[in-house]
Design a protein around this ligand. Structure first.
Ligand code: SF4
Length: 209
């Protein structure tokens, strides 16, 4: 399934209808959200939802939140993008991925992590009356877009709120996010977010030395 094409069809339909719906956009970090905001801000009224209990340590979490806010305040003022921070309780992540700690990045631990973040996004979107929900996560070449969209579809049915299908890495989305990160001098972390991905990256780096 080409999820970029599905997204393009949705946008085309909205434009024909002359609608600009509200979108709760889950974001993992400022760099990943940069291209997504640039791409979608003309078509949706966006609220960036920062819900990432997976991120460790706390200092890393705080730094990513601040960068996310700074990006919205500096680059997207003309679009009235708003920001919403979720509850940061790392214990909920550790409980969810119990038994999967040794999985490599991209494995089954990540699928649980995707679902935890998307579930909360769907729940809040439904509770607050948004028209759509989605996530920036598919922009990363290391994330499984097929799985993300499969989870999004399932949660969309469960919470009865439309999920915006996407594969943001398509159409050079990832490349553009790197350019925008440079343009806005954004902090770009070298690991996905959880302590396990941090250790994995440190191990890889030590082999290179
Ligand atoms: S590697 Fe990334 S996606 Fe996978 S569990 Fe860790 S933070 Fe979540």
């Amino acid at each position: 399934m080409n999820y970029q094409k599905v997204l393009e069809k949705t946008i085309e339909m909205l434009q024909k209808e002359g609608r600009k719906p509200t979108l709760l956009l889950h974001s993992c970090c400022a760099p990943c959200s940069s291209y997504v905001l640039e791409y979608l801000s003309s078509f949706f009224e966006i609220t960036v939802f920062y819900f990432n209990p997976n991120i460790s340590p706390v200092s890393e979490y705080k730094m990513r939140v601040e960068e996310q806010k700074r990006l919205i305040e500096t680059a997207f003022t003309q679009y009235n993008v708003t920001f919403l921070e979720g509850v940061y309780e790392p214990v909920t992540f550790y409980t969810a991925v119990k038994g999967l700690e040794q999985e490599p990045e991209g494995g089954s631990r990540c699928f649980v992590c995707y679902e935890q973040r998307l579930r909360e996004t769907a729940r809040i979107a439904k509770e607050q009356g948004f028209d759509y929900f989605t996530t920036t996560l598919s922009i990363s070449p290391l994330k499984n877009a097929e799985k993300l969209n499969e989870i999004g579809k399932r949660l969309s049915e469960e919470y009865e709120i439309p999920y915006l299908f996407s594969d943001f890495k398509k159409k050079n989305g990832y490349k553009r996010s790197i350019e925008l990160s440079k343009e806005y001098d954004l902090y770009r972390q070298n690991f996905c977010g959880c302590v396990y991905s941090k250790l994995e990256r440190e191990k890889e780096d030590s082999y290179k030395k």
